[in-house]
Design a binder for this molecule. Structure first.
Ligand SMILES: [Zn+2]
Length: 158
């Protein structure tokens, strides 16, 4: 666990406790180098999900990889790391709940984008552009107009 202030890799755990009905562990940490204090939420491991990529290749579901992609998409937006952790938790729970151990990567992407669209439009578009590999500006604009329509619909039904 790297310190975000000085990039030092050694941190010590000051306190840990279970949160979210035992789904995660909250850890208070302090950097050994600069004494910066921060909190991490670590999810308790469940049976591994297998992701089937578009190419047909199977790989283990990697929560950190998904989070890393989301952090990048959400840089310089108002979305917090905690919101992203929650988003990934929800997606993971939904995947576990569907009872399948092998999941198409497109399904995961769709679940993430659905939630991201509600959090922040900029982050959504950034994530979608990497994930969907937009071929041209037209398909990109279509995606954007679709999400705006969805937002209006939500507003109306709320
Ligand atoms: Zn530090």
């Amino acid at each position: 666990m790297k310190c975000s202030q000085c990039q030092q890799a050694d941190t010590k755990v000051i306190e840990s406790r279970d949160v979210a009905d035992g789904e995660a562990i909250r850890r208070r940490r302090a950097c050994i180098n600069c004494h910066y204090r921060f909190t991490t939420y670590e999810r308790i491991e469940r049976p591994q999900l297998v992701v089937i990529k578009n190419s047909g290749v199977r790989e283990l579901f990697n929560r950190q990889k998904l989070l890393a992609g989301l952090y990048r998409a959400c840089e310089k937006t108002t979305i917090t790391n905690l919101q992203l952790e929650r988003l990934v938790n929800q997606v993971e729970q939904e995947l576990q709940a569907c009872g399948e151990t092998e999941i198409a990567s497109t399904m995961i992407g769709d679940l993430v984008m659905e939630r991201l669209a509600q959090l922040n439009e900029v982050a959504y578009v950034r994530f979608a552009s990497v994930y969907r590999h937009f071929k041209d500006i037209t398909s990109f604009e279509k995606e954007l107009s679709d999400i705006r329509k969805r937002k209006v619909k939500q507003y109306v039904t709320d």
